[in-house]
Design a protein around this ligand. Structure first.
Ligand code: DGL
Length: 291
């Protein structure tokens, strides 16, 4: 128990996204911090967030974050770029526990990686229109030029692929896999990414938590000279740092528990896709509603 703020180190970390995308972040956190318990909420009933107004998504962040705080989480991770852009600051002002998003960690990784100071960002329409990545990257290094493009169909492709594929996620996100590297998807990817390639970027931020699933597809178009950045591992480092500072890291002998909730109707589907994205079998998914 942390004496300063009464937050228990045994308490879980609350993580949420519009669907499965945030599982890529949950997985990185579980890998980096194997003793931490997690409560994950996938708001599948209202996915995608990308085409919605930021004010509406901010409302979702308040609802889901509030619910997770009521479950007793010791910190919140908004594992969705769109929701981070829409609601991070409001959430930090509202909730009594630390809240992080995924934009700042991705921006930091991009700023550390770029050599020629030309960074591309692909994200949902809402994230691109919010300028969250441009602002975050240029806040770190105003000498970096940021080129952003909305790639809304990538969310749809990521979800289609996860439905077509079987087995662990690495089998279909690897360069050898043909799940995402197929002509129809490549044509869409070329249309989105060729203009960015012509901007001579050396670093590309996958500014949507669905996009790490498309690494092979995106890499096949932008080529090996462009480094792909996903926020997941950086976000996990931020979680570790905050819990350490707060004195609420789980003890080394704590057995973690993982609880999954979805607003979608199909808990079986969530369990099956989620297990592959989280890379651990998910035994149970509970349905919840915020309406
Ligand atoms: N995973 C969400 C993000 O990171 C995007 C998916 C959606 O549009 O809901 O922005």
């Amino acid at each position: 128990m942390n004496s300063q703020n009464n937050i228990s180190s045994c308490a879980p970390i609350g993580i949420f996204d519009s669907g499965f995308g945030g599982m890529t972040v949950a997985r990185a956190i579980a890998k980096a911090l194997p003793h931490e318990s997690i409560i994950y909420v996938g708001d599948s009933a209202r996915c995608p967030y990308g085409p919605r107004k930021l004010s509406e998504v901010d409302g979702f962040v308040q609802q889901i974050g509030g619910w997770l705080v009521d479950q007793g989480v010791k910190m919140l991770v908004i594992a969705c770029n769109t929701a981070t852009a829409a609601g991070l600051v409001h959430a930090q002002q509202t909730f009594p526990v630390p809240v992080i998003g995924v934009v700042e960690p991705g921006a930091r990784a991009a700023a550390q990686t770029t050599k020629n100071k030309r960074v591309g960002v692909i994200a949902t329409k809402a994230t691109v229109e919010s300028n969250a990545y441009t602002d975050a990257i240029r806040h770190i290094d105003a000498g970096i030029t940021v080129f952003s493009t909305a790639t809304p169909r990538f969310v749809e492709i990521a979800e289609q692929g996860i439905r077509m594929a079987e087995g662990p996620i690495e089998d279909y996100t690897s360069l050898a896999s043909k799940v995402y590297v197929r002509p129809a998807f490549q044509e869409i990817a070329r249309e989105y990414l060729e203009p960015l390639r012509r901007c001579d970027i050396d670093t590309l931020v996958l500014g949507c938590t669905h996009f790490p699933l498309l690494k092979a597809l995106i890499g096949s178009v932008v080529g090996r000279d462009v480094t792909l950045i996903s926020s997941a591992a950086e976000a996990a480092k931020d979680v570790a740092e905050i819990l350490t500072r707060q004195g609420t890291l789980a003890a080394d002998d704590q057995l973690p528990t993982y609880e999954f909730f979805t607003t979608g109707e199909n808990t079986e589907e969530f369990k099956s896709f989620g297990s592959r994205a989280f890379r651990q079998p998910i035994e149970h998914v509970t349905s919840i509603s915020f309406d």
